[in-house]
Write a protein that binds this ligand. Structure first.
Ligand code: NAP
Length: 514
C-alpha cells in the first residue's frame, strides 16, 4: 500500500516537474494538468497502462502525457454514461439543477481563464491572445446552454378533433458521443457538451490526439463543479486508436447520438457507421470559404477582415477564408495594402508577448501546406510573399504567404489549405465571382465586402454557405447558429438550435376526452 502511494506521488511529482515546460504555469494551472482520463467520476489510466506524449508544436518539448486508450476503455466510459443516464439522480434532474451545474462549471472556467489558455497555447501553439479569446468563446457556450437548459419547451397543438389534446414534449436522447478536433481544443468540446448536458444527456468525449490537455483541464473543472458520476466522461487516445474508438461510439447501441467536428473525410465515415443503427448525428466539417471583395467595398475594412479571417490560429480554422476573389477594379490596391499587413505579422512561440502567428499543429499539417503552395507554383501561381517554411523559428513554422493567379486545377483552389496562405483570384463580374465561390461541394462559411445595397442582398441570397460574413471577417458567436451545407455538415451548434441534436420530440395524443 505504502509503495503504491509513493509511486503515485513520484509519478505526480515527475508530471508536475515536466509541466514546468509550460511557462509561468501557476499552482492552480498545475491542478488542471491531468495525466489520466475520466470515467464514471474517477481519474483512470488505459487498461494496458499505455500512455502517449503531448508536445508543444512551438519547440517540440513534451508538455504532458495521457492514457492511450483502446475500445475496451471506451466501453467502460459508454457503460458509465449509459448507467448515469438512467440513474434516478440524473434522469429526474430538473432543468434548473442542470443549469446550476453548468453555471458552476462556467464560473470555474472563468476563474481559471489564464491557466486554461496557457495549457492550450502549450499544446496547440496558438498565440496566448488567441487562446484567451478561445477561452472566452468556449466558456460562453457553457453560460449560454446553462440559460437555454431552462427553455427546452414543449408545445400544445390545436387538435383536429374536439375530444383530443395534442402535446409535443422534448426529451434527452441518452448518451452522446462527442469527437472533437485539435484546432479549437476548448470551444469544440463546450459547444457540444454543454448543449448535451443542458438537454439532460450524458457524454463521452474523445478529444484529438494533439490537444488532450485542454480537454482534461475542462474535465477537472467539470469534476469540481460536481456533475454526478458518469455524466461527464472523457477518453484520450493516440491517433492509432481513434478509428476503432470512433467506430465503437457510432455502432454501440448504448450511444444515442454522435456529434463530430473535424475533417469531411472522417465525417463521411462516421455518417456511414451511424447508418446501421439509424443513429442521430451532428457533423461540423471542413470548408472552402470564399472571401469576395467587390469594387464598391471599403478596401481598408476588407483588408482587416481578410487578415482576421485568414490568420486566426495560423489559418487552421474551419471558417477561415480559403479563396480570395478580388474584383478587377480594386485588385492591385487590395493586394498592396494586404501585403503591408502580412509583412508586419509577428511570428514565433505563442507564449511570447505580441506573437500573432505560431507554428502549425504537426508535421502532417506543415507538409500539406508546403505541398499545396509548391503545387500552385508549379501550375503558374505567383508568390507575392512567403512561400516557405521558417525553420529558424522551429520545425513547424510556415511563412504567412500570398499567392496570386490562382487557377481551378490547383489544390489551393479546390481544397482547404488550413494554413497561413492567402490565395487570390482576380474576377471581373458578380456572376463570375458567384460561379467560382459556389463551385465547390463545401459550404461552411463565405464572406463578401460590398457597399452596394442591392448587391449585398443579392449575393447574400446566392452565396451557397451555412454562414455568411457581410462586410465582416469574424463571424463566430455563441448566439448564432454555427454549421454548414453541402458536404460541410449537418445540424447546427450554438444558438437555441444547438440543443436540437440532443433531444427528440415525443407526440402525446390524449383521446376521447369528455
Ligand atoms: P480529423 O482528422 O477529422 O480529426 C477530428 C477528430 O476525429 C479527432 O479527435 C481525431 O482523432 C478523430 N478521428 C480521426 N480519424 C477518425 C476516425 N476514423 N474515426 C473516428 N474519429 C477519428 O480532423 P482534424 O484534422 O483534426 O481537424 C481539421 C478539420 O476539422 C478541418 O477540415 C476543419 O475544417 C474541420 N473543422 C470543422 C469545424 C466546424 O465546426 N465545421 C471546426 C473545426 C475544425 P485524432 O486526433 O486522434 O486523429
Amino acid at each position: 500500500m505504502y509503495l503504491i502511494m509513493s509511486l503515485n506521488l513520484l509519478q505526480r511529482t515527475l508530471y508536475v516537474t515536466r509541466s514546468k515546460s509550460i511557462s509561468n504555469l501557476s499552482c492552480r494551472g498545475v491542478h488542471l494538468l491531468q495525466n489520466k482520463a475520466f470515467i464514471n467520476g474517477k481519474w483512470v489510466g488505459a487498461h494496458t497502462g499505455e500512455t502517449f506524449d503531448v508536445t508543444n508544436p512551438a519547440n517540440e518539448a513534451v508538455v504532458g502525457n495521457v492514457p492511450d486508450m483502446y475500445v475496451k476503455d471506451a466501453c467502460k466510459a459508454i457503460d458509465a454514461a449509459h448507467s448515469a443516464f438512467y440513474n434516478e439522480r440524473w434522469h429526474n434532474s430538473t432543468a434548473k439543477e442542470r443549469s446550476a451545474l453548468l453555471k458552476k462549471w462556467f464560473q470555474l472556467m472563468e476563474t481559471n481563464r489564464q491557466e486554461i489558455a496557457q495549457i492550450m497555447t502549450a499544446e496547440s501553439g496558438k498565440p496566448m491572445v488567441e487562446s484567451l479569446g478561445e477561452v472566452t468563446y468556449g466558456n460562453s457556450f457553457v453560460e449560454w446552454f446553462a440559460e437555454e437548459a431552462r427553455r427546452i419547451y414543449g408545445e400544445i397543438v390545436p387538435p383536429p378533433q374536439a375530444n383530443r389534446q395534442i402535446m409535443l414534449t422534448r426529451h434527452p436522447v441518452g448518451v452522446a458521443g462527442l469527437i472533437t478536433p485539435w484546432n479549437f481544443p476548448h470551444a469544440m468540446i463546450t459547444r457540444k457538451a454543454a448543449a448535451a448536458i443542458a438537454a439532460g444527456c450524458t457524454v463521452v468525449i474523445k478529444p484529438a490526439e494533439d490537444t488532450p490537455l485542454t480537454a482534461l483541464a475542462l474535465t477537472k473543472l467539470a469534476e469540481d463543479a460536481g456533475f454526478p458520476e458518469g455524466v461527464f466522461n472523457i477518453i484520450t487516445s493516440s491517433r492509432k486508436n481513434a478509428a476503432t474508438i470512433g467506430e465503437l461510439l457510432c455502432k454501440s447501441e448504448k450511444v444515442a447520438a454522435i456529434s463530430f467536428t473535424g475533417s469531411t473525410e472522417v465525417g463521411k465515415l462516421l455518417y456511414q457507421q451511424c447508418a446501421g443503427g439509424i443513429k442521430r448525428i451532428g457533423l461540423e466539417l471542413g470548408g472552402n470559404a470564399p472571401f469576395i471583395v467587390f469594387n464598391s467595398a471599403d478596401i481598408d475594412k476588407a483588408v482587416t477582415g481578410a487578415m482576421n479571417s485568414k490568420f486566426r490560429n495560423c489559418g487552421q480554422t474551419c471558417v477561415s477564408a480559403n479563396r480570395f476573389l478580388i474584383q478587377d477594379g480594386i485588385h492591385d490596391e487590395f493586394i498592396a495594402k494586404l501585403l503591408e499587413k502580412v509583412k508586419a505579422l509577428k511570428i514565433g512561440d505563442g507564449s511570447r508577448d505580441g506573437v500573432q502567428i505560431g507554428p502549425l499543429i504537426n508535421q502532417a499539417q506543415i507538409k500539406k501546406v508546403s505541398q499545396f503552395v509548391d503545387d500552385a507554383i508549379e501550375k503558374g501561381g505567383k508568390i507575392i510573399h512567403g512561400g516557405q517554411r521558417l525553420s529558424k523559428h522551429g520545425q513547424l513554422y510556415y511563412e504567412p504567404t500570398i499567392v496570386t493567379c490562382l487557377r481551378d486545377d490547383m489544390r489551393l483552389y479546390n481544397e482547404e489549405v488550413f494554413g497561413p496562405v492567402i490565395s487570390v483570384i482576380r474576377f471581373k463580374t458578380e456572376e463570375e465571382a458567384l460561379m467560382i465561390a459556389n463551385g465547390t461541394q463545401r459550404g461552411l462559411a463565405g464572406y463578401f465586402y460590398s457597399n452596394d445595397l442591392n448587391q449585398v442582398f443579392r449575393v447574400s441570397k446566392l452565396l451557397e454557405a451555412g454562414m455568411i460574413g457581410v462586410n465582416e471577417g469574424l463571424i463566430s458567436a455563441t448566439e448564432a447558429a454555427f454549421g454548414g451545407i453541402k458536404e460541410s455538415g449537418i445540424g447546427r451548434e450554438g444558438s437555441k438550435h444547438g440543443i436540437d441534436d440532443y433531444v427528440y420530440i415525443k407526440y402525446l395524443c390524449y383521446g376521447n376526452l369528455q
